[in-house]
Design a protein around this ligand. Structure first.
Ligand SMILES: Cc1cc2nc3c(=O)[nH]c(=O)nc-3n(C[C@H](O)[C@H](O)[C@H](O)COP(=O)(O)O)c2cc1C
Length: 240
C-alpha cells in the first residue's frame, strides 16, 4: 500500500482560521430554550466603590436638546401606542444608522476600519408591512425584502413576552465579511463595540421622536436563524 502523504497545500498553509476564537466564544454564549450554558443569576450586592479624594464636578440642569434627550432616555418596556409611520422609520434609520457622508462613505456611527460589519434586519408589525423580514440597505437607504415571515418567526426570538409585542423589532447581525480578514481575533470585540454605538444612536433618536424603545440581550438566536441562517444575531431592539 502506498504511504499516505500530506498534500503540499496542507504543509504550506501557515495562515490559521482567524474566526476560530469568535465561533468558539459565540457558540458558548447563546441562550437556548431548554439547554443552555448561559445562566442568569440575581445579583443582590451593590457595586463596590472605594471613594477617593479628588475634584468635585459641578452638576448642571439639562438645557440643550441633546442634553435633554441624553437625560431623559430610559429603557421603556411598554409600547406607548403612538402611531408610527414609515417616514418616521425612514428618519430613525437615516439619522441613526444611515450614510451621513456620501463622498467618503461614512455612516452615522463609528466603525472599525470603516468596514461597517453590522447589518440590521427589521420586522414591522405595521399595516402593509407585517409579512416580511426586511434588511436595511444603508447604501440605498432602502428596506429590502429579505424573506417572508408571516408567522413573525424572527420576532419570536425575543424571550420576554411584553417586549415581543412591540411593533418594530430591530435585529443587529453580522456576517463578518472583511472584518476578520483585517482584524482576526480582535473582530468580535470590535463588532460588539460598533453595535453599542448603533444601538445608542437608535435609542436617542427614538427618544427624540417620543417613541419607546428597549435594547435586548435576551433572545434565542437559533429562532432568528430559522429565517436568516447566514448571519449571527448579536443584539435586538424593540421600538414602538
Ligand atoms: C447589553 C444590554 C442588554 C440588555 N438586555 C435587556 C433585556 O434583555 N431585557 C430588558 O428588559 N432590558 C435589557 N436591557 C436594558 C437594561 O435592563 C437597562 O438599560 C438598565 O436597567 C438601565 O435602565 P435604563 O436603560 O432605563 O437607564 C439591556 C441593556 C443592555 C445594555
Amino acid at each position: 500500500m502506498k504511504p499516505k502523504t500530506l498534500s503540499t497545500e496542507v504543509i504550506w498553509t501557515t495562515e490559521v482560521d482567524r474566526s476560530i476564537l469568535r465561533k468558539f466564544f459565540h457558540n458558548n454564549s447563546i441562550s437556548k430554550r431548554y439547554l443552555t450554558s448561559v445562566q442568569i443569576k440575581k445579583v443582590l450586592k451593590n457595586k463596590q466603590w472605594e471613594n477617593k479624594t479628588g475634584i468635585n464636578l459641578r452638576i448642571y440642569e439639562p438645557k440643550t436638546s441633546l442634553e435633554k434627550i441624553l437625560y431623559s432616555r430610559r429603557s421603556r418596556r411598554k409600547i406607548n401606542g403612538k402611531k408610527i409611520t414609515i417616514n418616521e422609520i425612514s428618519k430613525l434609520l437615516q439619522f441613526s444608522v444611515g450614510i451621513t457622508d456620501k463622498e467618503n462613505g461614512y455612516f452615522a456611527y463609528p466603525s472599525p476600519g470603516a468596514l461597517y460589519p453590522c447589518t440590521l434586519f427589521l420586522s414591522l408589525d405595521l399595516p402593509g408591512f407585517n409579512n416580511v423580514l426586511y434588511r436595511y440597505n444603508p447604501y440605498q437607504h432602502k428596506l429590502e425584502e429579505y424573506c417572508y415571515d408571516s408567522g413573525q418567526v424572527a420576532g419570536n426570538s425575543i424571550i420576554d413576552d411584553e417586549l415581543r409585542k412591540f411593533p418594530i423589532k430591530i435585529f443587529f447581525t453580522s456576517d463578518f465579511q472583511l472584518l476578520e480578514d483585517k482584524y482576526g481575533e480582535l473582530s468580535y470585540r470590535l463588532l460588539n463595540q460598533e453595535i453599542g454605538h448603533i444601538a445608542q444612536n437608535l435609542l436617542l433618536y427614538a427618544e427624540s421622536l417620543g417613541i419607546n424603545a428597549t435594547c435586548i440581550g435576551g433572545f434565542y438566536e437559533y429562532e432568528f436563524q430559522k429565517k436568516v441562517p447566514e448571519y449571527d444575531l448579536l443584539y435586538v431592539m424593540v421600538v414602538g
